[in-house]
Design a protein around this ligand. Structure first.
Ligand code: GAL
Length: 684
């Protein structure tokens, strides 16, 4: 079942923290929000103490007053469970609820997300609180939905407390049954790591060289995902008892070591994302998926995170969108959106499938770590240019009513696979390939106006999940199972194209390297195997000539050998393996599979797109410069073409047929122009 947001129309919202402001300001705040077109506000995210200041004593009057006011003003509310910020009394009395550093030292009160998800007492206290909140507020007419916790696995996606070790043992026992089986699967014969009792096993602890058994580490990440999902489901099951019909349950953000599709299936109605495109400009990285990796696309690269969100919920919400300069007092300093960018980013999210866009936050907080995470309004509470942009969006989203519920359409999908990603984090020979390869494919697709999805490959998936695409790219999926290889073969037989990159399928489900030629189960499909491989020094360029064009084959080079119907498409042009195969192809049924023995450069991705006939997807209707993004949403045969200009300069384009721009209501034909940071939404 599709787990998408289901708004009546594209809606604007804001994150509001009533507990940060004098109560006398609430009404004016809500009035100003409504005037700006903000119809929903998210509250109570971190407000545990407003409900349970003293253990077991519950009070509701604070948010009763807020909700009643919201109802009176006509403001809708997303209510949160405040479990990301447990109070000081809790962690003082029950230190077993705290998360720990790898060396076992407990992380203490003063930040957020400092608890683990496994300790029985913490689960019990959270369940009791959620039961109280949901049973009290669940029927309130102002509420339209619930957010569980905040950004699971955000501040950390590893847990090292006592209770995590206890729960990890139970997870392993259930999975492997006997210690013999566990020892075999975890390869503990190496360096004499065999376990002779379950109690000898812990979540990763400090070791010399900061390396521990990689197979057990992968299991630990699977376990983290499972326990976070359990923690989320515990809350969702309670909310489901008390919510009004139609009220949704969601959570926000996308972070590591969490199988979002599984969490969505078990606990949520859909997922929302927190969009901070200026992480692309920040110095020194940050918590957002874009950090440090946005390359030359900068804020436009945020589309990659939106594609990931879409791979979980095809139509989704943005729970938080950056509104001003960002940063903690201590980290993540970022510039403010330039005039026009707040609006551009909201429309970027909508172009990629969002039907709800909520800004972070209404007003900059005057206290605390996040004193520099600027809101729509600043500390001084005066009107701002950002508020003016939100007001512009008010009418614009009303004009996009017919776009509501439509789906982003892509013919190219770049695949990801959780276990390969998690294993790759600890494997310097292939983990670091994925980031650049995926960004190069995304950049190539962006510049060639070929809308691109990210697709989660998972065991048990159906062929129907692949068939919407004409091209599937599996950049570096190390742990590709035989089952998925069989599925991909069926896809190719039916006319699909698959492109694999280096290090595909060389590991098994536990991250061990079985004694068989790479790419394992995919060897038959691509018609060849890997004879040997090497890493390339950072700046070293080895090229190959593919269909007459010279392309770089970066980071890793695998020397290939054609077998079983495979043909050599290109050979290395340097190094001791010059003249030996670099790219293989095999035709099968109506389709074909290609294997590239390297990471993907942008030029190679662009060439492969072109050869697959997927570049310039809109060529019949539009001629666009690379500076403009082209995105397509579709519903009941109606097409909505989004053109987005991320540059400070106007950009010209050409309409080969007449269109109406839903934002300006103007007719466009022939030569046209988008202003700096401008957007158009073209319909027939
Ligand atoms: C998000 C988080 C918010 C706030 C914001 C600014 O990741 O959900 O609570 O911290 O970032 O950094």
């Amino acid at each position: 079942m599709e787990k998408s947001i289901n708004m009546e129309q594209i809606t604007l919202g804001v994150c509001y923290y009533p507990e940060h402001w004098p109560e006398a300001m609430w009404e004016q705040d809500l009035t100003r929000m409504l005037e700006a077109g903000i119809k929903v506000c998210r509250v109570a995210e971190f407000a545990w103490s407003k409900f349970e200041k003293t253990e077991g004593v519950f009070t509701f009057d604070f948010f009763d007053r807020f909700l009643d006011l919201a109802q009176q003003k006509g403001m809708k509310v997303i209510f949160c469970t405040p479990t990301a910020t447990p109070p000081a009394w809790l962690t003082e009395k029950y230190p077993e609820a705290l998360n720990a550093l790898p060396n076992g030292i407990l992380v203490r009160h003063g930040m957020r997300c400092h608890c683990n998800h496994t300790s029985p007492v913490f689960r019990q206290l959270c369940a009791r609180l959620v039961e109280q909140i949901a049973s009290h507020y669940g029927g309130h007419p102002a509420i339209i939905g619930w957010q569980i916790d905040n950004e699971f696995n955000c501040e950390t996606n590893m847990f090292y407390s006592e209770s995590d070790s206890v729960a990890f043992r139970a997870y392993l026992k259930q999975k492997f049954g006997t210690l013999d089986k566990l020892n075999e699967a975890m390869g503990t014969v190496f360096w004499n790591q065999e376990y002779t009792a379950w109690d000898e096993i812990y979540v990763a602890r400090p070791t010399l060289g900061n390396a521990s058994n990689p197979h057990l580490l992968l299991e630990q990440k699977k376990f983290v995902s499972q326990s976070t999902i359990e923690f989320c489901k515990l809350q969702a099951d309670i909310l489901k008892k008390y919510r009004k019909p139609g009220d949704f349950i969601t959570t926000n953000g996308i972070f590591g070591h969490l199988d979002y599709q599984e969490m969505n299936a078990q606990a949520l109605d859909f997922i929302t994302f927190d969009s901070y495109p200026n992480f692309a400009y920040s110095v020194g990285g940050g918590v957002n998926a874009n950090a440090g990796a946005a390359g030359k696309l900068k804020d436009r690269a945020s589309g990659l995170s939106l594609a990931r969100t879409r791979s979980i919920s095809p139509v989704f919400g943005i729970m938080e969108q950056q509104s001003g300069a960002g940063g903690w007092q201590t980290a993540m300093a970022q510039q403010a959106p330039r005039p026009g960018q707040l609006r551009l980013w909201a429309l970027q999210s909508i172009a990629h499938g969002a039907d709800y866009v909520s800004f972070f936050r209404w007003r900059t907080c005057t206290v605390g770590t996040e004193i520099y995470w600027n809101g729509i309004l600043g500390w001084d509470n005066r009107d701002t240019r950002q508020l003016e942009e939100v007001k512009t969006l008010k009418d614009e989203v009303a004009g996009l009513a017919q776009v509501t519920g439509s789906h982003y359409r892509a013919k190219v999908a770049v695949c990801y696979h959780y276990y390969s990603d998690w294993d790759g984090e600890g494997d310097i020979f292939y983990g670091p390939l994925s980031g650049p390869s995926v960004m190069n494919w995304f950049s190539a697709c962006q510049e060639a106006h070929a809308p691109m999805d990210l697709l989660c490959l998972r065991e048990g998936m159906e062929l129907a999940g692949l068939l919407p695409y004409e091209l599937l790219v599996l950049p570096h999926i190390g742990l590709l199972s035989n089952e998925l290889c069989r599925l991909l073969s069926r896809y190719v037989e039916q006319g699909g194209r698959v492109v694999f990159g280096a290090r595909t399928g060389f590991k098994d489900e536990f991250g061990r390297c079985p004694m068989r030629p790479a790419p394992g189960g995919a060897a038959e499909l691509v018609g060849g195997t890997v004879r040997e491989y090497t890493l390339l020094p950072q700046k070293k360029q080895v090229t190959a000539t593919l269909w007459g064009r010279s392309v770089a084959l970066p980071l890793v080079n695998e020397v290939l050998e054609a077998e079983a119907g495979g043909e050599v498409l290109a050979c290395y042009e340097g190094e001791y393996y010059a003249g030996r195969p670099a790219v293989l192809r095999k035709k099968l049924g109506a389709g074909e599979a290609l294997y590239v023995g390297a990471a993907f450069s942008q030029e190679l991705a662009a060439l492969l797109l072109e050869r697959a006939g997927l570049a310039e997807a809109c060529r019949e209707e539009l001629a666009l410069p690379p500076e403009l993004e082209y995105a397509l949403r579709e519903k009941d045969g109606q097409r909505f073409r989004f053109l987005l200009n991320y540059t400070e300069a106007p950009q010209s384009f050409f309409c080969k047929k007449p269109f109406t721009d839903l934002l300006t209501k103007k007719h466009l034909e022939g030569q046209a122009q988008l202003p700096p940071y401008g957007v158009a939404v073209l319909t027939d």
